[in-house]
Design a protein around this ligand. Structure first.
Ligand SMILES: NC(=O)c1ccc[n+]([C@@H]2O[C@H](COP(=O)([O-])OP(=O)(O)OC[C@H]3O[C@@H](n4cnc5c(N)ncnc54)[C@H](O)[C@@H]3O)[C@@H](O)[C@H]2O)c1
Length: 415
């Protein structure tokens, strides 16, 4: 049975490693973070994701997965390390480079290397392939197999989507793509399409850029609607009754480590200026500043104002705060001398300075609904808001029913 090493035990690497381990592969999960490795070795997870604990413990108890700081010789190496943006809006490929440097010590003829980390077009060939050839003399497509296989999973549904989504596998040559497909088809029920490296890298970026541009359109029309005093939500509802129109929802900005990041990767290495892609990024990046400004205007008429942020993760029903525009709003309000208190029962990141629901609402002048978590539907607003100083709600997601909250005595604001 083949041995697979997965480098990076995060949201993508750990579920992928578990899937393969439960399909009979001997899996080694590698990470540079000692705390993560120690936790996993105790059978404990460091991330929240439905079903993940179950499939991890199954693989762990059956001794099909082991985790370590050290990489070992393997038949297959899968790289799932972060590819964040740097300050110049370019891909920080240092994690990928570090991971490949580890692989160069272990790789042998006939092995397969797969990059899954979202990357600018050309990364698999010109960074991963080049480093391996430069340090080992092995040539991709001749001595070993090289592929790129992007991830398209939705946080909160990762396990389901890993199995059920279609996959695109790009190979340095046809054989590499076919060999990589053989690995994925052990657990993927969706279709698997084969193409070249650069196309598969681009497909992933195009998908997220498409989403970003469409969100920017919704955000832009929300701003234009407010110039006219028109309710954008009503406009979108009626516009979407057209059979070929599907306007997305406006919101307080785009966060996370995919949609807000990948559009920059698509532009990298092209030198193109004045693109729709860049303009859309800027519209979305500006939204948390616009929201902060509006909130400041509302609460600054009170003495020592306090705002409660409900939901701090970048989107609904997940606990991930990476790149969350709520962070920008929090900082902008604090800069304006406004006290901010945050309640998010899904976030386990202790750096976020969270409070209980009661403490965060106590003495508050405004509730800012940031992430529309389902659990917030169960909050009895009428009674918890008794301790508020002033009853204002700013709803960035069209989450509450306007009439209902107004009956509770709230002044209701929305995008
Ligand atoms: N999370 C998602 O929903 C999602 C979806 C699609 C694509 N992606 C992409 O997948 C990649 C991984 O994302 P993630 O969310 O799993 O990141 P993550 O931060 O959750 O996990 C990455 C892990 O890699 C480890 N790491 C860093 N350098 C390493 C190295 N040299 N060797 C071994 N481990 C190393 C980190 O310690 C971390 O635990 C990124 O490129 C991301 O853009 C993520």
């Amino acid at each position: 049975m083949k041995k697979v090493s997965v480098l990076g035990m995060g949201y993508i690497g750990l579920p992928t490693a578990c899937m393969l381990a439960n399909r009979g592969f001997e899996v080694l999960g590698v990470d540079v973070d000692e705390e993560i490795i120690n936790k996993l070795n105790f059978g404990k997870l460091h991330i929240e994701e439905p079903e993940l604990e179950r499939i991890f413990l199954k693989a762990f108890k059956n001794k099909k997965i082991k985790v370590s700081l050290e990489l070992e010789k393997s038949d297959v190496f899968i790289i799932t390390v972060p590819t964040p943006l740097n300050h110049q809006n370019k891909a920080d490929l240092s994690y990928v480079i570090n991971a490949v440097n580890k692989i160069t010590d272990k790789i042998e003829k006939g092995n397969l290397v797969i990059l899954e980390s979202t990357s600018p077009p050309g990364t698999t060939r010109n960074i991963v392939g080049k480093i391996i050839t430069d340090s080992t003399g092995l040539l991709a497509g001749k001595d070993y197999y090289l592929a790129f296989c992007p991830e398209r999973v939705l946080p909160g549904k990762i396990i389901y989507e890993l199995e059920n989504n279609d996959r695109i596998v790009g190979g340095v040559d046809k054989k590499s793509a076919e060999i990589a497909k053989d690995i994925y088809k052990t657990f993927v029920k969706g279709r698997i399409f084969l193409t070249n490296l650069e196309t598969s890298e681009f497909v992933k970026l195009a998908e997220n850029t498409y989403r970003d541009i469409n969100i920017a359109f919704a955000n832009e029309i929300s701003l234009i609607c407010s110039d006219y005093g028109i309710d954008v939500w009503e406009v979108i509802k009626y516009a979407n009754m057209h059979p070929r129109v599907n306007v997305l929802n406006p919101g307080p900005g785009v966060g996370g480590h995919c949609i807000a990041v990948d559009p920059w990767f698509i532009l990298e290495n092209t030198g193109r200026k004045d693109t729709l892609i860049e303009k859309s990024r800027n519209i979305n990046n500006n939204m948390p500043f616009i929201i902060s400004e509006r909130i400041a205007k509302i609460v600054n008429e009170y003495k020592e104002p306090k705002v409660t942020i409900l939901g701090f993760s970048y989107k609904e029903n997940v606990g991930d705060t990476r790149g969350s525009p709520a962070i920008v709003i929090n900082n902008e309000l604090i800069k304006r001398g406004i006290k901010v208190s945050i309640y998010d029962p899904l976030v386990i990141n202790t750096k976020c300075n969270l409070s209980s629901l009661e403490d965060s609402i106590d003495g508050s002048d405004l509730i800012l609904l940031f992430s529309g978590h389902d659990v917030f539907k169960k909050i009895d607003l009428a009674s918890v808001s008794d301790s508020m100083r002033n009853r204002n709600i700013f709803d960035t997601r069209n989450f509450f029913n306007e009439e209902t909250v107004e009956k509770m005595g709230f002044i209701y604001y929305k995008i």
